[in-house]
Design a protein around this ligand. Structure first.
Ligand code: S3P
Length: 218
């Protein structure tokens, strides 16, 4: 069970409007953790939208739907990794270990964010949990969206999926990871709750709505 409180303070400063958010949550061992986020609220015309969330939250499908809606190209980071490395993330993790996979993921994330024609980037469930990746995403001033799906929904999809997720082979492992990551996902600019009966298109519309709202504010 994750208890979380979020306090948001709006600040004005010379650089524009900044949002300082403080997140307090309980991790899987029941300890309180705290994180701060300072995020720019302005969404520029060519700004990238990074879609993140736990395995099985529907990132890839939503990213493609959203890109179609915005008339831009979407990149799925795991697919780009597969193209560049000629191996799926699963194979890289199984053969070389998670640390080796994370290095590749960071390198290819840089490439994806530099790609001018792609506006929407869906990243694998662990990418945002790596501080270096969050720094790179911030450097590109990308707008970050957390697809927050309930664990049961993620697990059903993980179990049914064609691709085994080596970091979530068992329900218990997946649940622990899910709980531990929530506080970090909460650092995203926007949280979009996802429920079982919503189509990817509906969720993409919600993301587009959040993007519009941000544009209207700036
Ligand atoms: C991972 C999620 C996977 C993939 C890799 C590691 C993770 O992507 O990047 O297996 O650490 O959560 P999806 O979230 O698209 O399944």
């Amino acid at each position: 069970m994750v208890a979380s409180t979020t306090a948001e303070i709006n600040l004005q400063c010379l650089a524009g409007r900044l949002r300082l958010s403080e997140y307090l949550w309980k991790d899987d061992k029941g300890r309180f953790a705290i994180a701060f986020k300072v995020g720019q609220q302005r969404l520029m015309n060519n700004q990238k939208i990074v879609i993140m969330g736990f395995m099985g939250s529907g990132k890839s499908t939503v990213a493609h739907d959203l890109a179609r809606k915005l008339n831009y190209r979407a990149i799925d980071l795991d697919d780009l990794i597969t193209m560049r490395e000629s191996r799926r993330p699963r194979q890289i993790i199984e053969q070389d270990g998670e640390a080796a996979f994370r290095k590749i993921e960071t390198r290819i994330l840089r490439e994806a964010l530099r790609e001018a024609s792609a506006r929407v980037v869906a990243v694998g469930g662990g990418a945002w949990t790596i501080a270096e990746n969050r720094r790179i995403i911030a450097e590109h001033e990308a707008f970050t969206v957390w697809l927050d799906a309930p664990f049961e929904l993620c697990w059903t999809r993980i179990e049914a999926g064609r691709e085994t997720r080596p970091l979530a082979r068992f329900r218990e492992t997946a649940q622990t990871l899910y709980t531990a990551r929530r506080g970090i996902y909460a650092l995203a600019d926007v949280r979009i709750p996802v429920s079982e009966n919503e189509s990817a298109e509906t969720i993409a519309m919600k993301v587009a709505g959040a993007v519009d709202q941000l544009n209207a504010k700036s």
